[in-house]
Design a protein. Sequence first.
Length: 491
Amino acid sequence: MTVKDKNITEVIKLATPTREEIKQVLNQFVDEMLTQDEQLKAAPVRKPADASIRQKIAAKPIPREGRPLTTAVSEMLTDIYAYGDNMRHPRHFGFVPGPSSLVSWLGDVLSSAYNVHAAEWTVSPTAVEIEQKLVRWFCDKVGYGPKASGVFVSGGSMATLTALVAARHKILTPENQHLGTAYISNQTHSSVIKDLHVIGLSDRQIRKIPVDADFRLDVNALKKTIMQDKANGAIPFLVIATAGTTNTGSIDPLKDITAICRNFNMWLHVDGAFGASILLSQRYRHVLDGIAAADSVSWDGHKWLFQTYSSSMVLVKDKADLLNSYYAHPEYLKDLESKHAHFNPADMSIELTRPARALKLWLTLQVLGSDKIGATIDHGVEMTQYAEKVLRNVPQVEITSPAQLAMITFRYAPQNLSEAQQDELNQQISQKMLATGFAGVYTTELNGHKVLRLCIINPNTAETDIKATIQKLTQICQNLVQQHRIAVGQN
Ligand SMILES: Cc1ncc(COP(=O)(O)O)c(C=O)c1O
């Protein structure tokens, strides 16, 4: 070894934390994390980043000389991770919360520690085999036959995008792509419109179909619009139905939509990012009867399968549809081509280098078992039904959509306030509740009105949490009404 080589080795070694430092950091943070977890219910659902912490972050330099690992990590714990919404909190009912299991977290830690390169079977055969096994298991839950397959991706947006590329590839040609039209409802998640733009559709090629009184895509309107478009020379090629809309948890009429797609030779994608998990519930899986007819399904692990973020699947009825769109082995990956029909995630999706996202879900299923996960999903459905029961007994509350899957929406509607005042009232109720830190209750809009929305999927949410949240919301409502000297009836 030359003197120069020796220096280089020393410099690299100096920059690497010692074994002891790494163990110390891990012990300390695991301890803190578990303590926090045990005390979650007593903690606020969110810690807003005030001006002082924002200034502190703005003033943080990126140092030219490294600092001790322990110092840098403790600063991250206090200045970064401590802020924002705690999506694992049992009273966080906003968006679709992320009540990730500690087992998923551990699986995530393991997978990133080993930095598994899960693009190709040849490089990571065991991790890729596990992914294939899980994908098959979830395809069975959908009701797909032997030709089905899929891959893990980062989230619902990417899962749908992965499927839509396949749909476009199968049905349209580069020459007629400008005529292709896709159909969604006005309750479809915004990510789907982004995905449609990414595959090259302009707004003029996207039809937003109205919904019925239950927020389900109106099939008559769908059929009529498709026929009109065909008559005008367009090529209807894709319907995106939702199994569990973000606003209300509604499920589009899958069987009727399938019949339309078959009739017009169109691809049916089901966005099950949130709702597909109901397929693991013995008690409620029937609500998705008909889903097996879809050409593709997106299904998030990081929503109702209790995974840490970056966990989603795209499943297709026919593996060939993904391969036809994504198989592209260049000269520098020829060594990885297998003579056997191995499952290569990179041949079926957008990403090449990718983490082994399936392993944390694998670990979760191994440790908790699928029955427990199914029962936990049932718990969410039943807690939401309970919330509806409690809300129905609050005089000024109007249920704007009943408990569906794990979502319910409602609004405080004192009769002597105008609709605009009621909108303002509900917006303020949400803001005041968030400011207390007691519960994460956000708003959405339905039929042009501001409503409050609860998504209840956390296994640790109990009836007492729901009751206390509704009591506090009602109290906030009364205070607001009184402050504004607006007389309302007894609550
Ligand atoms: C129905 C539905 N589809 C798609 C998405 C987007 O998923 P992701 O945020 O994982 O990309 C969401 C997110 O909440 C959703 O609720």
